[in-house]
Design a protein around this ligand. Structure first.
Ligand code: NAI
Length: 258
């Protein structure tokens, strides 16, 4: 009988190529570090300052000894995303893992929602994830399979007053994930989503003490989450430990969703 690999070995990603969008800080940075610690080669995507993206890639190389590729590109720009995947294909010749992490907040009461906010949030949070899914799926099909994880939000499942636009962009990612899991399953590509609750990052740093206190008060585990705790769940989902898990939305929220 063939030997069954140990569960710990199944978590390893040695040699696999993983692209993480929005990997320069917060949850994306924690995901990139976690996957690199498991041995994956990392394509570090980020917006804006090319130097920051390059520094992050160099940090990962130094700390974990894995090959990295910095890719500054706006994921809301379809042409830029296509260019990024051409570069990945040229450099690594394959892609095994995509983590659709990049996202922006869009907070406004319904009567105050500016058109530009709707367009901007849909462009980055929703269209950006779809462009990446599409380009990644092409490369993964060529390579015989892969794993895609998209960061949605508890707000996309439960809603939140004042976050109608953000919630719409994040709920759309659930529909995307379920459909893609059905369509790409036959090609050996697993597609899942993670729905974090309140995670301490720059995105949530602007919350005043009263709002933060009220939010944390509604979390059964009694605290906000850490970016690393999202990274750990993403590692499980992209690894062979989750070989039979696809089409799921996994909460990382301290039971806040209940
Ligand atoms: P953050 O604001 O700290 O980091 C976002 C990252 O995305 C940055 O690296 C930024 O440069 C990048 N980014 C933004 N727009 C981009 C674009 N157009 N192209 C490429 N990169 C772009 O946010 P955080 O907190 O780390 O959030 C990461 C993801 O997790 C987001 O999708 C967010 O919606 C989601 N999330 C965060 C929660 C939280 O409590 N922090 C809770 C639930 C979901």
């Amino acid at each position: 009988m063939p030997e069954t690999p140990s569960p710990v070995d199944l978590l390893r990603l040695d040699g696999r190529v993983a692209l993480v969008t929005g990997a320069t800080r917060g949850i994306g940075w924690a995901i990139a570090r976690t996957l690199a610690a498991a041995g994956a080669r990392i394509v570090v995507n980020g917006l804006g300052d090319r130097q920051v993206v390059s520094e992050r890639a160099a940090d990962l190389r130094r700390e974990y000894g894995v090959e990295t590729l910095p890719m500054a590109a706006d994921i809301g720009d379809a042409a830029a995303v296509m260019g990024m995947y051409r570069a990945v294909a040229g450099h690594f010749g394959r892609l095994d893992i995509l983590v659709n992490n990049a996202g922006i907040l869009a907070d406004a009461l319904i009567g105050m929602i500016p058109d530009a906010m709707v367009e901007g949030a849909l462009r980055v949070n929703t269209a950006g994830a779809i462009y990446n899914l599409q380009a990644a799926a092409r490369l993964m099909r060529r390579g015989g399979g892969g794993s895609i994880v998209t960061i949605s939000s508890i707000v996309g499942l439960r809603g939140n007053a004042g976050q109608t636009v953000y919630a719409a962009t994040k709920a759309a990612l659930v529909g995307m994930t379920l459909s893609a899991a059905k369509e790409l399953g036959p090609y050996g590509i697993r597609v899942n989503a993670v729905a974090p609750g309140v995670i301490d990052t720059d995105m949530t740093a602007h919350l005043d003490d009263a709002t933060r206190g009220a939010l944390v008060g509604g979390i059964p585990l009694g605290r906000a989450g850490r970016a690393e705790e999202v990274g750990q769940v993403v590692l499980f989902l992209v690894s062979d430990l989750a070989a039979y898990v696809s089409g799921q939305v996994v909460g990382v929220d301290g039971a806040m969703v209940l």
